[in-house]
Design a protein around this ligand. Structure first.
Ligand SMILES: [Zn+2]
Length: 264
């Protein structure tokens, strides 16, 4: 986990990217399963309201916000549909469509995307003081959702991709991401190199999602040295991270969060 470190405060365990911390104008984290009050297969830091009662999830957010210093009342959340739509936060309450990524240049508005094998990606531009958070599974990755987020930061805030720092959190690794030929075809049609896939017995493939995300970000103009991938596979470490595949869908959701305003 080069360039990342774990933090524990009052039982809340989170993962942080050193390069994002070094920028100094944001607070951010990738959550783990540790530190919440959810029980059973949701134990314990489930952050998805769709999976259990509101009171329990509210308490998890309270504990996370207390440990990390997030502005609890202003959290802006995605409504994920495995698409590539990016919206500025705070979101227009009249907009009820799917959104898999958020961007903002407003201080005190934490952005949250949710994962359990899919990649959560955080973006920060220290020059324009703007940030982004992206949910990228294979569909979103094939649709180059990270490039869509960079484009929004360019259009809305005047960001230069060369200034943007990106951090990719815990997600399913090339060791475990078995997919069929349909997924390989979708990436080929989107112009990705065939080298993202390695053949495994049974006519299946292993997809290197991290490399695909890296490719999208470099194609979008980010410098290679500004892209940080933690390399933690959620399936291999399903004791610490929620994993959809490792548990046949019986799991909670982790969050990747970033907020402009101070560090902690
Ligand atoms: Zn793995």
């Amino acid at each position: 986990m080069d360039g990342f470190h774990m933090k524990e405060r009052d039982g809340v365990v989170t993962l942080h990217c050193d390069a994002l911390d070094a920028l100094g104008f944001t607070r951010h984290c990738f959550t783990t399963r540790r530190g919440g009050v959810s029980r059973g297969y949701l134990a314990s830091m489930n952050l998805a309201y769709s999976r259990e009662d509101k009171e329990t999830v509210d308490e998890n957010y309270r504990r996370l916000a207390a440990a990390e210093g997030f502005t609890l009342r202003a959290v802006s959340r995605t409504r994920q549909v495995h698409g590539a739509r990016i919206l500025p936060a705070p979101q227009d309450p009249a907009d009820t469509g799917g959104v898999d990524g958020l961007v903002t240049d407003k201080a005190g508005v934490p952005l949250a995307v949710f994962t359990a094998d899919c990649a959560g990606i955080l973006l920060a531009d220290p020059r324009t003081k703007s940030v982004g958070a992206v949910h990228s599974g294979w569909r979103g990755t094939a649709a180059r959702i990270c490039a869509a987020a960079v484009k929004q930061m360019r259009l809305l805030y005047g960001s230069d991709p060369e200034d943007i720092v990106a951090a990719v959190g815990p997600s399913i690794g090339p060791c475990c991401f078995e997919v069929g030929g349909d997924v390989k075809d979708a990436f080929a049609a989107a112009g990705f190199p065939a080298g993202l896939f390695s053949e495994v017995p049974g006519g299946k493939y292993h997809l290197d999602l991290w490399r695909a995300v890296r490719q999208t970000l470099t194609d979008a103009g980010l410098r290679a040295e500004n892209i940080h991938i933690c390399g933690e596979c959620t399936v291999c470490h399903s004791d610490l991270y929620y994993s959809h595949r490792a548990t046949a869908g019986r799991r909670g959701n982790m969050a990747a969060m970033i907020e402009i305003g101070g560090t902690k």
